[in-house]
Structure formats: structure tokens, C-alpha cells
Design a protein around this ligand. Structure first.
Ligand SMILES: NC(=O)c1ccc[n+]([C@@H]2O[C@H](COP(=O)([O-])OP(=O)(O)OC[C@H]3O[C@@H](n4cnc5c(N)ncnc54)[C@H](O)[C@@H]3O)[C@@H](O)[C@H]2O)c1
Ligand SMILES: [Zn+2]
Length: 349
């Protein structure tokens, strides 16, 4: 069968690979009819999420039709149309039974502290082949498959796999409620779904910040107010748009591959000050800018989170492929400029 295979940072190929088989009574084999690309796949392609085995099939968002089930899968049969959950969970352990499927004690061969298992991820995330393939093996299929009615087409259903739940979770974590003014950082698939999620929770105003005009246009088509960080200072602009008060809630929908403005008043100075005496030097505020752009220097991972190293020459360029006009040397210069800062619970800033 054909599958999208990871051969190295920036080296993704469509290759012939062996078809998966039922290996365990709780497995199902699903014929994939639609698969999506997640921002998380981009981290793997760029090398900002390390630990992938050569030849690993990528992808964790897909819809398909059950082809074969093991004897332990009693709730699905061949021919059922399903959406596949990106994370794998046994459905039996105490954490699964508490509804915390991403913290399953049994799915990761490394044991209860091994972290979330997901398709097409690093070895530390279970080392499972992914869903950007003609067929996929789904472990614990009785828990990980969700039946789809025929009234929901593949294009809409695939959003239910990861993108929309992630955005919904983000909007719930942010505590969005009636009348809130909400800022959404990042207008990728998650950011776009976060606009819908925030609205659904009653947001009064939604402001989306990104540096890509086509994505901002898509957000505007959802009637979000947009700020392009390459033409305006986003902090100043949001302050101005909110009468100086700022927003009530913020949803960060960017992740480890956060970019700095390349143009406009929020663009960082050409050179950041060098660290002195092992401590980061205080920054000089660039003219017109009020906030330091996000750095890409996550530290070691918390349990359950993929380990993300400090940027290193072997980690590949910070953006892959580099932006048009950006040379390899500018990518490495950006890496050298990377400053240490404390990371969030998943080592993601
Ligand atoms: N797509 C999914 O289903 C999914 C699910 C779970 C988690 N995630 C994670 O959520 C994050 C977003 O996912 P995505 O698929 O939308 O990714 P994406 O890479 O398609 O979108 C990220 C967007 O953020 C913008 N951006 C970069 N730097 C920025 C900055 N400093 N300020 C504002 N915007 C900035 C980029 O221009 C891009 O449009 C990723 O970290 C991904 O790993 C995605
Ligand atoms: Zn479990």
C-alpha cells in the first residue's frame, strides 16, 4: 500500500509499505478514506518534535471504513464508517475510566509514565505507524473508533478527529463565556476552529493574530477581527481595539514553531544582546515594540509530553521549508538568537 513516510527532517516521501494486520484481539484495520495534516506533523517535518524512527508512517487525523476487527472488538464490524481518535487509550485502566484517555496507563509500552500515545509520532509516544496511508492498524479499537453517520461527509468528519476537539479544549481551558473579548494567536486549522469554539461559548468579540494574510482572510470570513503581526504591532493594536483594556481571554493556537514578525513595527532588532555571565542580558526594546516575540527554546518535557530539545544545529532549520528568500544561514542565525525561557507544562511556549 502507499503511505506518507518520514525519512528525516524535511524529507517526507510517499512509499510502498506493507499493509497492516490485526496483531491483537483489540485491534482493527481501517481503510483510510480521508486523512488530514496536523500542525503537529509540521513539528515532525521541521524537527522541532524529535525522536521519530526512520520509515515511520505519519498522520494522526483520519476517517475511514473498518476493514477487519480482532475478536475483542465487539462494537464495530467491517463496513462501519468511523473517525479515528488520534490518541490511543485502553478504555479499561483507572485514568481511562475517569475520562482522561490521553493519560492512559496501558497504551504506552513504556508504562503508566510513558506519556500519551498517538499515531505517527515519536518512539516515546508509542512508536505507532500513522494514518496518512491506505490502511492503518488501530490498537484498542473498541475505545479509539467513533461511529460516523452517513450525513457527515469525510471533509467535515476529519475535523472531529483532532483539530476541532483541540480548539474546543483550548476555548474551555481559557474559560470563554458570554460576552468575552477573545484573542486567538495563530490562524491555522486549530485557530480557525477556535474562532468557532469561542463563538459557540458566547464570545462577544474574537480577535485573531497571525502573520499570514490568507489565513487571516479565512478568519475574517468567519467574521473575526484580524491583526497581521507583520504590518502592525499586535500588542499595541489589540490594546487600541479594546479601548486600552486588552482582551478577557487568550487562546494560544501556535505551538513550538512560533514565528517572529519579519516586517512592521513588531519586528525584532537585527541583533539580540548576547547573554552575559551565563545569564540572559536584559533586552533592549526595539523601537515601536512592547513585547519580546516568542522564543523557541523549550526545555525538557514534563511527564506525558514529548521531549523537545533546545534548538541545535542538528535540529534542522526552525522553519521547513524556509520562507522564500530565507537562506540556510538566516535559519541558523535565528537559532543562535534563541533565548532560554521557562516552558509551559508540555515544554511548549
Ligand atoms: N491541527 C490539529 O489537529 C492539532 C491538534 C493538537 C495540537 N495541535 C497543535 O496546535 C498548534 C496549531 O496547530 P495548527 O494545525 O493550527 O498549526 P499551523 O502550523 O497550521 O498553524 C499555526 C499558525 O500560527 C501562526 N503563527 C506562527 N507564529 C505566530 C505568532 N508568533 N503569533 C501568532 N501566530 C503565529 C502561523 O503563521 C500559522 O498560521 C500546533 O502546535 C499543533 O502541534 C494541532
Ligand atoms: Zn487506559
Amino acid at each position: 500500500m502507499k503511505a506518507v513516510v518520514w525519512r528525516g527532517v524535511g524529507d517526507i516521501r510517499v512509499e510502498d509499505v506493507p499493509e497492516p494486520k490485526v496483531q491483537d484481539p483489540h485491534d482493527a484495520v481501517v481503510r483510510i478514506t480521508t486523512a488530514a495534516i496536523s500542525g503537529t506533523d509540521l513539528h515532525l517535518v521541521r524537527g522541532t518534535l524529535p525522536g521519530l524512527r526512520q520509515g515511520r508512517v505519519l498522520g494522526h487525523e483520519a476517517v475511514g471504513v473498518v476493514e477487519e476487527t480482532g475478536s475483542g472488538v465487539r462494537n464495530f464490524r467491517p463496513g462501519d464508517r468511523v473517525v479515528i481518535s488520534p490518541t490511543v487509550a485502553c478504555g479499561t485502566c483507572p485514568t481511562c475510566r475517569a475520562g482522561l484517555y490521553a493519560q492512559c496507563d496501558d497504551a504506552n509500552p513504556a508504562g503508566p509514565h510513558g506519556g500519551t500515545v498517538f499515531f505517527g509520532g515519536p518512539e516515546s509516544a508509542g512508536g505507532l505507524d500513522g494514518l496518512q496511508a491506505e490502511y492503518a492498524r488501530v490498537p484498542f479499537a473498541h475505545t479509539g473508533l467513533v461511529a460516523l453517520p452517513d450525513s457527515v461527509d469525510d471533509g467535515r468528519a476529519v475535523l472531529l478527529s483532532d483539530t476541532l476537539p483541540t480548539a474546543w479544549f483550548g476555548a474551555r481551558l481559557a474559560g470563554v463565556s458570554g460576552g468575552d473579548t477573545v484573542a486567538i494567536l495563530g490562524a491555522g486549522p486549530v485557530g480557525q476552529c477556535a474562532v468557532a469554539a469561542a463563538r459557540h461559548l458566547g464570545a462577544g468579540r474574537v480577535i485573531v493574530v497571525d502573520g499570514l494574510t490568507d489565513r487571516l482572510a479565512l478568519a475574517r470570513a468567519q467574521h473575526a477581527e484580524t491583526v497581521d503581526f507583520n504590518s502592525e504591532d499586535p500588542v499595541e493594536k489589540v490594546r487600541e481595539m479594546t479601548g486600552g483594556a486588552g482582551v478577557d481571554r487568550v487562546i494560544e493556537a501556535v505551538g513550538v514553531d512560533a514565528e517572529r514578525p519579519v516586517l512592521g513595527p513588531a519586528r525584532p532588532p537585527t541583533r539580540w544582546p548576547r547573554p552575559r555571565n551565563g545569564r540572559a542580558a536584559r533586552r533592549r526594546t526595539p523601537p515601536g515594540a512592547t513585547a519580546r516575540p516568542p522564543s523557541r527554546a523549550p526545555t525538557s518535557a514534563a511527564p506525558g509530553c514529548p521531549a523537545t530539545p533546545r534548538a541545535s544545529p542538528s535540529a534542522g532549520p526552525s522553519r521547513w521549508p524556509p520562507r522564500p528568500g530565507a537562506s540556510a544561514s538566516s535559519a541558523s542565525t535565528r537559532r543562535r538568537r534563541t533565548a532560554s525561557r521557562s516552558a509551559g507544562p508540555c515544554g511548549r511556549t
